[in-house]
Design a protein around this ligand. Sequence first.
Ligand code: NAD
Ligand code: TDX
Length: 340
Amino acid sequence: MKTILVTGGAGFIGSNFIFYMMKQTPKMRIVCYDKLTYAGNLSTLRPIMDAPDFRFVKGDVCDREAVFRVFEEERPDVVVNFAAESHVDRSIEDPGVFLRTNILGTQTLMDACRAYGGVRYHQVSTDEVYGDLPLDRPDLFFTEETPICTSSPYAASKAAADLLALSYFRTYGLPVTISRCSNNYGPYQFPEKLIPLMIANALADKPLPVYGTGENVRDWLYVEDHCRAIDLIIREGRVGEVYNIGGHNELTNIELVKMICRELGRPESLITHVADRKGHDRRYAIDPKKIHGELGWLPETKLADGLKRTIAWYLENRPWWEEIVSGEYQEYYRKMYGAR
Ligand code: NAD
Ligand code: TDX
């Protein structure tokens, strides 16, 4: 039986990936390694905590000793690294922890892969490494050849990790793959990110804070489509290669927030335009030709359907996110939005 080490598996995409893999590939041991930062939530994994082929280990990806220990104990065949600081706004406030976790954490994991040998390493990256596209050029898309040109400290830290991963492939022959995905949404997303934040605020009849004019465009991908793509890449992708994931679901932020209002039956008058994000990327848009051509992947969930499912999930799982928005998050919200 193969063992897969999923780092950052208590967060949004990592937990969805674990659930996906358990369904798709039942004969696989899954070890989740996560520091449980503010973004990690053990309650998400509660239903599988006692499953026979699952183990949770609390640990920091930058902690060499702890990382090597888990490799010694579990001898993983594959590592999928989701562990990261992932919120752009937080990186603008405090870049340090982003550089530490996102870059040094990647190095530590790849060093362990090298030390134990024969381990396939997958780096979960982002389309933000390409910077942004102009709003008046709908003909332009990010391909794997688009130059890296980052805007935020978050994006810069992710780009650095990607370059490090490619250097480990070239220099040491470590079998790495990288995926660069567009904006994800779906169940278990921390309510600091646009879609769950707007759902939570709308349900509480609180203002819906849209940065600037709201004309910025994002290319939304339902999280399960992302998980399916990663599964394909680790099984059939070529080592040393980058694969873009996303496409065909572009929308301006303001259109998206209005859709959420309509779905929830809340008035658009809740929308409040607040100060823009510093360095705010204008448009992200993925060209998924490579992953489609090589691995047959295309997004399956249309935004309108995925959004309905996501809203239904947040309505049915209020305790999961109400606990988050009632705690420390209040202080974060005051700090980030109080002066906007
Ligand atoms: P998230 O913030 O929801 O989860 C991150 C997880 O990593 C948490 O469980 C957290 O506890 C853990 N973690 C943080 N620092 C750690 C450390 N030092 N050691 C061990 N664990 C640590 O993030 P997400 O949205 O699920 O994103 C997962 C990955 O996907 C990230 O690498 C992110 O850059 C990438 N990504 C995200 C999106 C998106 O739209 N959310 C899109 C493209 C790529
Ligand atoms: O309150 C808000 N108001 C608002 O207008 C928030 C939180 C966001 N926004 C805007 C900023 C962006 O244009 O909405 C858009 C989406 O914002 P986020 O949810 O913060 O996502 P983004 O900055 O696009 O980054 C996301 O996608 C790429 C993830 O957080 C990253 O981890 C991923 O790499």
